[in-house]
Design a protein. Structure first.
Length: 90
């Protein structure tokens, strides 16, 4: 909503992020830890892992974090609320 109000004033849409109590930073750290744990499981087992229920920005954090690794691939599949992130061994 704040983005829409700002767009009317500025004349263009800009995505705004409001940080409250360090939530986003803590969530990013949690997601990176989760990604690292699942990456290890994928490497050890060879089986892909699926993460459900993530918001688009959360999936992006994991894609970017694991994109720096040379031993796994990530992809998002599904539509809208059924979208999932899949981690696979290269």
């Amino acid at each position: 909503m704040l983005s829409l109000i700002t767009a009317k004033k500025v004349g263009e849409f800009r995505r705004l992020v409001i940080e409250v109590g360090g939530y986003r930073e803590a969530r990013e750290e949690y997601l990176k830890d989760l990604a690292e744990r699942l990456r290890s499981e994928v490497i050890e087992s060879g089986n892909e892992k699926t993460i459900r229920g993530l918001k688009p920005w959360e999936r992006r954090i994991i894609h970017m974090y694991l994109g720096e690794k040379s031993d796994v691939l990530t992809e998002s599949t599904g539509d809208d609320r059924d979208r999932v992130l899949v981690i696979k061994k290269k």
